[in-house]
Design a protein around this ligand. Sequence first.
Ligand code: ADP
Length: 552
Amino acid sequence: ALDDEQTPRKEYLEVLQRCFGHKTFRPMQWKIISSIINDKRDNCAIMATGYGKSLCFQYPSVYIGGVTIVVSPLISLMEDQVLSLTMSNIGACLLGSAQNNKRQVLDDIFDNKYSLIYLTPEFCCGDYGQDLLKQMHQNLSIILIAIDEAHCVSSWGHDFRYQYRELGKLRRILPNVPILAVTATATPKVRSDIISCLNLRNPQILCSGFDRPNLEFSVYLKGNTGLFPDLRKVMTDKSKSWGFPGSTIIYCITRKQTEEVADILQAKGVKCLAYHAGLPIKQRKDAHELFVRDKIKVIVATIAFGMGIDKPDVRNIIHYGASKDIESYYQEVGRAGRDGQPSICVTFYRPADFDLHQNIREMSGTSDVNRARRDGMEKIMLQYLETRDCRRQFILNHFEGSVTPKKPKPKCCDNCTRKLSQTVSDSNKYEGLDEHGLYDFTKDTLTFLNAVEAMGGKFGIGMYILLIRGSKSTKLYSSYQKHPLYGSGKYQNEEWWKCIGRLLERENYLKKTVPNNRFKSKKTFSFGTYSVSDKGKQFIQDMKQEPTATKK
Ligand code: ADP
């Protein structure tokens, strides 16, 4: 066994090659598998998307014989796995409340025909499922319980499922069977929730690195001129026919958007298909297959697409609309470049995207357990989108805790590229960038703060933007039309100024005041007013004395 701890013996590798077609285990896979096979130990494994979670729970029962119970939240994902195992001659089946031929499947289960039995969480926590598990425990050798997407147990996670909470029962029904909990995303809070909810005993806790060095990240604000001018930034134009470099998934927030985007692209001659959960299953399967077989290069989809697709050479993940939180985002972009080749992840967003997510939650009745927590998660996503620093660093900091900062690198993210860019002298193209290639916020900051001062700090961000942008809206008193600042910030769009506003709030140049009683009457809900803070006033003062200085 000592030998096993470091390197797997030949027998292990033979089974790996014969049944799964892989030559070696990835280091973390082997750590998990050997602790299950040799020590019957519980494991809580956090593995970045694409690392190879499934093998960890599929291998043990194939190697030792016996049965592994797998619980996963998504039927489609389980169906995919059952199919691909069956094709590799590994016995696998799925039991859920909606499955047909249950009788036959049950007979086969007790005839020991399956190495892997996939169950929905509803099924295995219901009375019928629990009885069945007890019978299996008496008649078969169950060697492992695997809980896939284990973060679903935690209301601190991004994808809390009510039924997952009940999975702790499995420990009682199958007392001596090791449990493997796997997930791609888990902060320390989520991790401790997983361990306590599932009643794990002295688990081995492992965490793969989260970095995906072959992915390059960039973010754009959605422009005002429509979708195509946006997407063109990441498209190729080969002899006047538009396309994308390699297989591409374009994620949209709503079903309607996927169809709109697909229509626009098709009108430009790009062969693509829309994909969302509202389409007939046949149409979805076809789209899936055409994409995996490279018959079609572009899929415009909601996040329903991608769970369980195993296409290693997706070159571009484009988000047309912000993801709801950074966990989801990283899982979605994780579908790019599983073959290790360079791939790009581009997001086009506007802050209002988060309102759409909220609407979707409300409509689907999955309104949040905790609104404040949800707001916090959105804030982190927004910070990612708005950061001027390395985006990879931001992600790794989020998942792995503080990571020592590194110098900007090429092919890392748009912010690194900009910092590295030496072509600042090209002043048309890089207007507003300083000698390091960084956007110089001095002028915008001053414009914004002066507008706030001019209006006495009594309004919300939107009102100051009306002044800066020279709006004709009746919300803005007409006397302001003569103010020297009126229209002084026309050179940037509204979204830009909103970002500046939020940036200034975050950096404490602006102070927010929320009235004690927000609901004065039903009509006048107050979102709070923004005034210039002492730090902001100091900044204005400094700039007066030193008009050419360039500070942030
Ligand atoms: P995850 O669920 O962690 O995102 P998967 O289990 O779907 O990842 O595996 C991702 C990819 O890695 C799949 O294409 C799989 O075939 C491949 N893979 C898994 N383990 C190995 C291995 N030991 N050697 C080579 N490829 C592997």
